[in-house]
Design a protein around this ligand. Sequence first.
Ligand code: GDP
Length: 440
Amino acid sequence: MFENLTDRLERSFKILKGEGKITEINVAETVKEIRKALIEADVNYKVAKTFTDEVKRKALGMNVLNAIKPGQLMVKVVHDELVSLMGGQATDINLAGNPTVILIAGLQGSGKTTFSAKLANHLKNKKGKSPLLVAGDVYRPAAIEQLKVLGQQINVPVFTIPGSNDPIGIAREAVRVAKNNNQNVVIIDTAGRLAIDEEMMKEVEAIKKAVSPNEILFVVDSMTGQDAVNTAKEFNDRLNFDGVVLTKLDGDTRGGAALSIRAVVDKPIKFVSTGEKLDALDIFHPDRMADRILGMGDIVSLVEKAQEQYDAEQAKILHKKILKDQFNFNDFLEQINQIKKMGNLKDLAGMIPGVGKALKDIDIDDDAFKNIEAIIKSMTPEERENPSLMNGSRRKRIAEGSGTSIVEVNRLLKQFEDMRKLMKMVSGGGAKNLARMMNQ
Ligand code: GDP
């Protein structure tokens, strides 16, 4: 995500390396590079100019802080400006109303249908809601079918009126049905066109008028950069929507839409979608996104994802084992399964400070653990419980059994030992040790 922008910004900051002080000259030079980086990322020209003017003013204003190196100061200024450019705080969706009516609008192919299902899933699992999905794209039978399939996967009912070509009537009826069935959120997926067209706009406006949604979300493909921003503007002029959903962020290396939409349209980004799977949806946090753009990782999201998957009781048992040096290969295998449940490996790695960039060109897929799993599964129960048993002949047998090599088995054993030591240090020494390690 946004790798190119991260790279370019990092290069801009290098100008200040070795400089003892912020000066008009070195700031002007850095800011020029930052502006180029933003334009290359397809950020709206005016937005890029205002942004860099502000960075320059603030950096020069903070020059009194002699204790901070110019490079660090600039990163801090740019970070804060990025956060404010993207809206400052995360903005929740409005869940008032009984039922809450949420209207989803956007061009065809933007990811509306996928997002509708993801949102239903999110509201069901994280907010305890009971949603009803509404298939409002009456022109494409495939779209209705697609929503039905997604609904089945997440166990959320999908409302349709077979044979009807009246999306306004369908939306109205869906709200009535939801009320009767105690479904407290109605998510209406509307029809899109490949480009903005008057008929589509009129139809969405008419649905809006008919069902008075509590929340209108505009869905747009992040990879389309400035086009995304222009489309957002046109939809907003007609619908006055409440928030933006940026999809396909997983394929966006530039980030122009994410950075410009708020400033141009003056509406918050509320969700970002980062993959085709139904759990690839995140609430948009400007500060965390700024961290990721600057290659600082997004530890908070990583920890949250881990917490969602993690059973507290199990964590306590594990903690005790680590402290007593009893962490074994069964626990290791369990950890691998936990990590696999958290989602795409490369995305996860990208959240660790400094790691995303290092892995930019490396293809890690979710099979990355396959060999490790094969090796562990070729160990006897005793060997898994007690890694110190591992002598030469056992290593050879395990390599053969797992279809790997002795080198790979040795490497895993070494990694396992290192990890055990590291975990013991972190667990025993608490946050102080961890902070020290992360600062290295
Ligand atoms: P709609 O026409 O607006 O309803 O768009 P769809 O929901 O059918 O999505 C269009 C295509 O984009 C489908 O193939 C989706 O699987 C894919 N898609 C949707 N969201 C994402 C995302 O966040 N990342 C990726 N990589 N693909 C996505």
